[in-house]
Write a protein that binds this ligand. Structure first.
Ligand code: GBH
Length: 464
């Protein structure tokens, strides 16, 4: 009996990374490469911002190991690789009139060529949080809509010009919610601002810059074959119970975490609940901006990690003033703990999330990140860490949910595991490990974990 394959024959799967989290091979090397500093270099220099005091300049040295890593992904059966370009590596100061670092441009060109040679479709993110520090110093970065848009569009144009003939899948911005909220409301991420007005200004700039870059791509570069979109984080918000207040709180959480960006991009306006909560603090779109936003994203880029139960009565506006829990009314927990407080293994939420997104926005969905940090993995020996049963269990459950959503009729076109190699987990430093491949941070040695093999087999059995 032949099994029915559950995913389309052209389903894209692979591993995802971000430049700042993997490239650095030490401060000297980074300097010599011509990369300019980003806001994350600056953030790492401030005492107490990164859990283990580590620096973004010294990560996995993908800058040296890229060929080896691409070959590894190929050997694991992947057909695509999602990575980001470091803006300050290609334009060290970042601005529209600033010099290009041809050495940096060449680096990504080589990565793209090697991907194509191996049969890995390059899936490229323009902005995964490493803003050139100089733009922050000049005008506050994302706080200045006009100036950041002009600079971002010039950076995007450079990437489309140099790589557009070879790269047909683009993401403008990764997780604008994180940039606006963790960067400008909570202050946990660079640039570390704490404010209740800035996140909404920053969010607006991110949307407008995305729309302009996508417009440029659609008019001058797509040639009817390339696609571009925005990637949003968004965990599933399950009402804690059937009380109207908690049902409403869960919707408010979805509106704040997802709708803040997805509603303007796909529907042309901020969610009404956001407007009601923020009133004048939420900017208005001009007619031109609205026209540019509609149709700006060819797909819905979905990063998904976990599910919360939701009650009313929180005070984080960027979460829609909802309370996030991992417990049910009967006292049971939604899923096992990971290395990070916000992340639990709750597979069923993904099926609901995908159905919600497809019903509300009606766009093909590219799952651009999904992954797990096993509790205590950093304290394990390498031999123990590569037997990552809990990560295998997580992937088995979440991929089952993808398969179920596809059977429900949701148009899912890709799945990228976060991440390929263990890497720099932002403010959490090197403690949490998300890799399907182990990295020894001293020797930079890579060792495949069981979860990578699991993914290889799962996709062999389910695509086509
Ligand atoms: C992604 O973000 C990133 O794209 C990636 O770079 C990162 O390494 C990976 O996931 C793993 O973290 O501080 O309690 O408000 C993950 C999505 C969304 C997870 C916001 C944390 C809020 C936690 N993130 N969420 S909290």
């Amino acid at each position: 009996m032949t099994r029915t394959k559950s995913l389309r024959a052209d389903f894209i799967w692979g591993f995802a990374t971000a430049a700042a989290q993997i490239e650095g091979g030490g401060e000297e090397q980074e300097k010599a490469s011509g990369r300019g500093p980003s806001i994350w270099d600056h953030f790492c220099d401030q005492p107490g911002k990164i859990a283990d005091g580590s620096k973004v300049t010294d990560t996995c040295d993908f800058y040296t190991h890229w060929k080896e890593d691409l070959a590894l992904m190929k050997s694991l059966g992947a057909n695509s690789y999602r990575f980001s370009i470091s803006w300050p590596r290609v334009i060290p100061l970042g601005g529209k009139d600033d010099a290009i670092n041809e050495h940096g441009v060449q680096f990504y060109s080589d990565v793209i060529d090697e991907c194509l040679r191996l049969g890995l479709t390059p899936f490229v993110t323009l902005y995964h949080w490493d803003l050139p520090l100089e733009l922050y110093k000049r005008y506050g970065g994302w706080l200045n809509k006009e100036r950041i848009t002009a600079d971002f569009v010039r950076y995007a144009r450079l990437c489309f010009e140099r790589y557009g003939a070879r790269v047909k899948h683009w993401i403008t911005i990764n997780e604008p919610w994180v940039i606006a909220s963790l960067g400008h409301a909570h202050g946990a991420f660079a640039p570390g601002h704490v404010s209740n007005t800035e996140p909404w200004i920053v969010g607006h700039s991110l949307l407008v810059a995305h729309a302009h870059a996508a417009h440029l791509y659609h008019t001058d570069f797509a040639r009817g074959e390339g696609v571009i979109g925005i990637t949003l984080n968004g965990d599933w918000a399950e009402p804690y119970d059937g009380t109207p207040a908690n049902i409403k709180a869960a919707q408010n959480k979805m509106d704040a975490a997802v709708g803040w960006f997805a509603d303007p991009v796909y529907l042309g306006e901020y969610p009404p609940s956001l407007r009601a909560m923020l009133q004048d603090r939420l900017p208005e779109f001009t007619d031109d901006e609205r026209a540019l936003l509609i149709g700006s994203s060819d797909f819905y880029g979905c990063n998904f990690y976990t599910t919360n139960t939701i009650t009313a009565g929180g005070d984080d506006e960027t979460a829609g003033n909802a309370c996030l829990l991992f417990t049910r009314p009967d006292g049971t927990e939604l899923g096992p703990e990971s290395e990070l407080g916000w992340l639990r293994d709750v597979p069923w939420g993904l099926r609901k999330h995908l159905n919600y997104l497809y019903t509300r926005y009606g766009k093909p969905i590219y799952i651009t990140e999904n992954g797990y940090a096993v509790k205590g993995e950093s304290a394990m020996s390498a031999a123990q860490a590569v037997r990552d049963d809990q990560r295998v269990a997580y992937f088995r459950g979440y991929l089952g949910a993808v398969r179920d959503a596809v059977a429900d009729g949701v148009d899912v076109r890709s799945y990228f595991a976060w991440s390929c190699i263990d890497n720099f987990e932002w403010a959490s430093g090197f403690g949490p490990r998300f890799g399907c491949v182990r990295v020894d941070y001293d020797s930079k040695k890579r060792t495949v974990k069981d979860s990578a093999r699991f993914l290889q087999t799962w996709f062999e059995e389910n695509i086509g």
